[in-house]
Design a binder for this molecule. Structure first.
Ligand code: GLN
Length: 238
């Protein structure tokens, strides 16, 4: 068994260690004897059809601009994969662009690829700090946010979780992130997966389930260090 991980725009979209999410997926597979291949997608590259997990990180407005055209070109292919249930994690900048659009503080609209029913408009202040989120499916999730965008969800997605500490999607409705099928969008950097191993294992489990057509029982790992890091993160001031 080999899992193919598509890493969208590692050069342009990689803030606050987002790349660590891919390392976490690779390591948690390796520790269980599961092979992985990471396909780094840069503008102009073709996208293979047999992708098992999709990951995309955050980026400044200018970097979102730089990948906008390519993202729109590969958007339909990504949508087909997400609609079919491919486990996907998109953080901040790409979370916004998996939605309808991100309107920058200068009023420029960067078009998204309409996989997630949401839109984002930059507000007057940046929302910055440590975040703790309560999620129905993955328990408590910790991370770090830094965004100007204020995201509103439409009816086609559910919230990823409820904000316990921090701002989340817009600092008003206490909602963090979005979920559609097996696609999770979130503002949480940090990176998010090392300190939230349950979320990482959700993506791996779904990927194996789709490939083998049966529900796998993932080998338990010793997550003492990961859980300690998680706990420390919850005690940090906002
Ligand atoms: N440029 C976007 C914003 O400020 C995304 C930032 C990010 O990915 N951290 O809202």
């Amino acid at each position: 068994m080999k899992l193919k991980i598509l890493h969208l725009y590692p050069k342009e979209m990689n803030l606050y260690g987002d790349h660590g999410n891919v390392l976490t997926l690779v390591k948690r597979c390796e520790w269980r004897g599961i092979k992985t291949e990471v396909i780094a997608h840069e503008p102009g590259d073709p996208i293979p059809d047999d992708i098992d997990i999709i990951f995309g990180g955050g980026g400044q407005d200018s970097n979102q601009n730089a990948i906008e055209d390519d993202l729109r070109a590969i958007g339909p292919q990504l949508k087909t994969m997400v609609d079919a249930g491919t486990p996907t994690l998109v953080v901040c900048g790409l979370y916004q662009l998996f939605g309808e659009y991100f309107q920058t503080a200068e009023g420029e609209k960067i078009k998204g690829i309409s996989i997630l029913d949401l839109h984002t408009v930059a507000g007057p202040n940046r929302l910055i700090g440590n975040v703790v989120v309560s999620t129905p499916e993955y328990g408590e999730i910790v991370g770090y946010e830094n965004h100007s965008g204020l995201t509103e969800l439409g009816e086609g997605v559910s919230p990823f979780g409820t904000v316990i500490k921090g701002y989340g999607n817009n600092g008003k409705d206490m909602i963090e992130g979005a979920k559609y099928k097996n696609c999770i969008g979130t503002y949480l950097h940090g990176p998010v997966l090392p300190k939230n191993p349950r979320l990482a294992d959700f993506l791996i489990t779904k990927a194996i389930e789709r490939q083998t057509k049966s529900r796998p029982k993932l080998e338990r790992l010793n997550d003492t260090v990961e859980n300690r890091a998680h706990k420390v993160a919850t005690t940090r001031p906002q």
